[in-house]
Design a protein around this ligand. Structure first.
Ligand code: ATP
Ligand code: MG
Length: 395
């Protein structure tokens, strides 16, 4: 027999013109994240109903909590349409709410669809409410403004629900175009990707590695981060680009203070080239204003000027602490802080330019010999893997 979950949706209900499209996408995303378990998702008057077989409530809740577009969800317990069975489920809902610290006042609301039953809505609510009070004397009934509600629907079976898990909010992934995330092994870029996926964007990702200066472990770390992102963004393609020749050429050609700036520009150019082939309409980075020398306004103006696609920097106005909170929430933090070398740290100068002159830095770039060819070669050697929503890598 299948279990039933009620799912509340957020902003998508407001998007009149696109509503049907958004609902269809959300339905598909829910089914996808539950694979391979058999599911049925139905939509009735703006509410989603998920029926699923053979998996624990804990598993379903963990999965649903990663589907953008969902604001809340609750397990609806089915039982016989008789008082003792309804009571048992009502106790469970009451206990879950108390355990979560949701408050101590409640009411019972009944919808009796099966009119053959001997009691009406009010009588059912009063009877079950009384039994809950007997069981948990510390609770109080408040019909006007309760902390939580036990809902009972009496149809072909009895359904009892009322303990609501929080969903992640946002918009269903795949509803807002595609973007290319520059994913490093740090704390910031996975959070940036999470935030854009939250607004419905489909994510591709690209990582630049510098073997033998960076270790295979650094690459594994980025794959692990992509795996962590995969359920949130309903699967992700990850490109890994060998960047050593580009990096070495930059370091040999320009003033040491500007190497990071130019390597960031080179990354953006390669990312843009891959993005355009994939139909991605934006680049995404984890930059925050003035966090480091390459993220001052002047530096960002330079790296921006290297590409034509819009560059989204969702962390631009965030403090590191705020970013870390999100990183912890999505369980990326422990992976992000593992100490493997990143090409940026290895090749970064002791005294980086903080306020680069735009024109001058652009002129410097043009003096780097063979750059176009090196960028093309790096891109040609890129490897692609797909990480499905389950987080298991598929080559
Ligand atoms: P992060 O924590 O995301 O690494 P950061 O604060 O360490 O960011 P930088 O290392 O200066 O900052 O990188 C700024 C941004 O440039 C990153 O957020 C990421 O989007 C991109 N980036 C940097 N290094 C790489 C890389 N090796 N591969 C892909 N993208 C990168
Ligand atoms: Mg970094």
């Amino acid at each position: 027999m299948s279990d039933l979950y009620l799912i509340k949706i957020g902003e998508i209900a407001l998007k009149k013109g696109n509503k049907a499209l958004f609902e269809k996408q959300l339905k598909a995303n829910i089914k996808k994240i539950m694979r391979p378990h058999p599911t049925r998702v139905t939509i009735r008057s703006g509410r989603f109903y998920l029926e699923i077989e053979g998996v624990s409530e804990e598993y379903v809740c963990e999965r649903l909590s990663k589907v953008f577009g969902i604001t809340g969800f609750t397990r609806s317990y089915s039982c016989a349409k008789e008082l003792d069975a309804l009571e048992e489920k009502a106790f469970l809902v009451a206990w879950q709410n108390m355990d979560a610290g949701n408050g101590m006042t409640f009411k019972v609301e009944t919808r009796r669809v099966d009119k053959s039953l001997p009691m009406d809505n009010y009588e059912f609510s009063a009877e079950i409410g009384g039994r809950v009070l007997d069981k948990f004397p510390e609770l109080k009934v408040d019909v006007r403004n309760p902390d939580w509600i036990i809902h009972m629907e009496l149809r072909e079976k009895g359904y009892v629900y009322g303990y609501t898990h929080k969903g992640p909010g946002g918009l269903p992934v795949h509803c807002a175009g595609k973007g290319m995330l520059l994913l490093s092994g740090g704390i910031d870029s996975p959070v940036a990707g999470y935030l854009m996926a939250k607004r419905g964007m489909t994510l591709d990702a690209v990582y630049f590695h510098t073997p033998p200066y960076t270790s295979p472990e650094s690459l594994d770390k980025v794959k692990d981060l992509a795996k962590i992102l995969a359920p949130w963004c309903s699967g992700i393609h990850l490109y890994t680009v060998p960047f050593t020749d580009v990096q070495v050429q930059i370091n040999r050609s320009v003033r040491p203070e500007t190497t990071t700036l130019h390597s960031r520009a080179a990354m953006m150019k390669i990312a843009q080239s891959i993005a355009e082939k994939r139909g991605d309409l934006a680049l995404i980075t984890g930059e925050a204003l003035s966090q480091v020398a390459s993220q001052t306004l002047e530096s960002l103006a330079y790296t921006n000027s290297a590409v034509d696609l819009p560059v989204f920097r969702p962390l631009i106005g965030m403090d590191k602490e705020e970013t870390i909170l999100i990183s912890r929430k999505i369980k990326a933090f422990e992976t992000s802080i593992q100490p493997f070398d990143d090409c940026c740290t290895l090749f970064s100068p002791d005294h980086p330019e903080v306020k680069p002159d735009l024109k001058k830095t652009q002129e410097d770039w043009k003096t780097i010999e063979d750059m176009d060819r090196l960028l093309e070669e790096a891109e040609a050697k890129a490897e692609k893997i797909f990480i499905p929503v389950s987080g298991d890598i598929e080559d």
